[in-house]
Design a binder for this molecule. Structure first.
Ligand code: SAM
Length: 331
């Protein structure tokens, strides 16, 4: 079987209700790895790129995102739903994928699945090594004849051409707690240029202050050990239009409202650690819950197992810059 047929076979399995998703995704990963082994071998492919708005991870690490099976599956399912909802309403669709890594792995299955529809794909990647590997991936699968634009640029600065109005924008440029990577700056730039009906995938990312009844040195993946107390930051089109996101004209910088969370003795009595929890709505009912993916692993902030105070106040504010993160102060 040639590579294109193999991609088609695996892609169709991904959309079958009765599919064993875990083994299909492993096959998908193996297929992509088999074409990339020769490409992404040297040390240079491990280097992250440090940018004004955070890091862009090296090619090897971007390729490894495929290991997060639940993430990959739910993103693909969410994108499928968004395409299905639009494909019969319009003559053509435009999908922009910002931060493709070497494989454009979240979009690749759709290129053959929707080959008979008028879909244009714009694939955008900042890392020149990942970008070259991406072009090679598309070539190896013999997909160059499909409507695919390649753009090697920074998605936090990219301006849509006048003729472009994406219907669906996909970007997974994040880590848990929205630390270090550029998701917020990427979405801010793309959201302010898009139409009100453009779908963003993920649709919503929330950060909340929570508590864990497990300690940092013995993290437990079970959701029942974590409680979310207060949503303190949200990335979505709605949030961008709210008072929580504001642009300071004097500094020409995007800012976010500072939040105050109070944890009372009742909550503290059963808490061992304060954590930041990440919730991701990929699209509609496709969601990543706590610890289902590396992206939603709780971030341990402070041990409170010996806390003697009646209450703790946590001030938080998301900050952009070369080290984007949720800044926290606990008093
Ligand atoms: C976490 S990886 C995800 C790779 C792939 N999309 C996936 O989901 O398997 C993020 C990718 O986005 C790229 N990236 C990060 N910041 C970017 C930016 N500002 N503009 C364009 N690409 C960016 C990184 O270089 C990396 O390849």
């Amino acid at each position: 079987m040639n590579l294109k047929d193999e991609l088609l076979r695996i892609s169709s399995q991904l959309f079958e209700e009765s599919s064993d998703y875990s083994s299909t995704l492993k096959e998908y990963k193996q297929l992509l790895r088999s074409i990339s082994n020769q490409i992404i071998d040297s040390e240079a492919y491990r280097n992250n790129i440090h940018c004004k708005n955070g890091i862009a991870i090296g090619t090897v690490w971007a390729a490894n995102c495929l290991d997060d099976l639940e993430r990959t599956l739910k993103f693909i399912k969410g994108i499928e739903r968004a395409i299905q909802e639009r494909i019969h309403q319009k003559d053509s669709l435009h999908i922009l994928y910002a931060g493709t890594g070497p494989f454009a792995s979240l979009i690749l299955p759709f290129v053959l699945r929707y080959a008979n529809f008028n879909i244009t794909y714009t694939l955008l990647e900042i890392n020149p090594l990942s970008f070259e590997a991406l072009k090679s991936t598309i070539q190896k699968f013999d997909l160059e004849t499909h409507r695919i634009n390649f753009i090697n640029t920074d998605a936090t600065k990219y301006q849509f051409a006048k003729s472009i109005s994406p219907d669906i924008i996909v970007s997974e440029t994040m880590q848990r707690a929205l630390d270090s990577e550029q998701q917020v700056a990427v979405f801010y730039n793309l959201m302010r240029q898009s139409n009100p009906d453009t779908v963003f995938i993920p649709e919503k990312i929330t950060l909340s202050i929570g508590t864990s009844s497990y300690k940092n040195d013995e993290p437990n993946i079970q959701q029942k050990y974590y409680r979310s107390h207060h949503n303190v930051f949200e990335v979505s089109k709605e949030a961008m239009g709210s008072n929580d996101w504001w642009f300071d004209k004097t500094t020409a910088e995007l800012n976010f409202t500072k939040k105050q969370t109070i944890l009372k003795s009742k909550e503290l009595s059963i808490a061992l650690e304060i954590v930041v929890m990440t919730g991701i709505t990929i699209y509609k009912n496709e969601k990543l819950l706590i610890n289902e993916s590396g992206l939603t692993a709780p971030k341990y902030i402070q041990d409170v197992s010996n806390n003697k105070k009646k209450l703790l106040t946590i001030y938080s504010r998301y900050v952009l810059g070369s080290k984007p993160k949720l800044e926290l102060r606990i008093v």
